[in-house]
Structures are given as structure tokens and as C-alpha cells.
Design a protein. Structure first.
Length: 77
């Protein structure tokens, strides 16, 4: 089963978009990356999805899982 994801990606016309993984259209557009990250993280938490922030060049900056992680961290004893 594919994981649900939400992404913060640069918009080619300027600013930043929050998108659902595999989606073409933005859920919401922001002028600043920080505003997009704050909103996207909240959406991801509410939906239990993986949250992925991209850099301006499109590469992944830092993924963050909010549930249903296929590779959760192992408990240290």
C-alpha cells in the first residue's frame, strides 16, 4: 500500500506550494517557505502522512513522518 505524503515544493512562478503526493494542483500557495512548511506540517499531522520539504532546486530537504511510517525507529533498550 503506498504511503500518503504531503510536500512543500517551490512554485515556478514564485513562492511555495503545499501538495498532496502525486497531486498536480497545490492544496495551498504561500509567499514564504516557512508559512508553507507550518501549514503543510499541520495537514500532515492531521492526516497521518509523511511530510516532505523540498529545496528551491526541487531536491528533498528533510522528510518527516506523522504516522504509518513503513520504517519506524527501533526502540533502544
Amino acid at each position: 500500500m503506498p504511503r500518503k505524503t504531503h510536500h512543500v515544493v517551490p512554485n515556478p512562478d514564485g513562492g511555495w506550494d503545499v501538495k498532496k503526493g502525486g497531486g498536480e494542483r497545490a492544496i495551498k500557495h504561500f509567499d514564504t517557505k516557512q508559512d508553507a512548511v507550518d501549514y503543510g506540517r499541520e495537514v500532515s499531522r492531521n492526516q497521518g502522512s509523511e511530510f516532505v520539504v523540498h529545496k528551491k532546486d526541487g531536491s528533498i530537504q528533510n522528510p518527516d513522518s506523522h504516522g504509518n511510517d513503513p520504517m519506524p525507529p527501533k526502540d533502544k533498550k
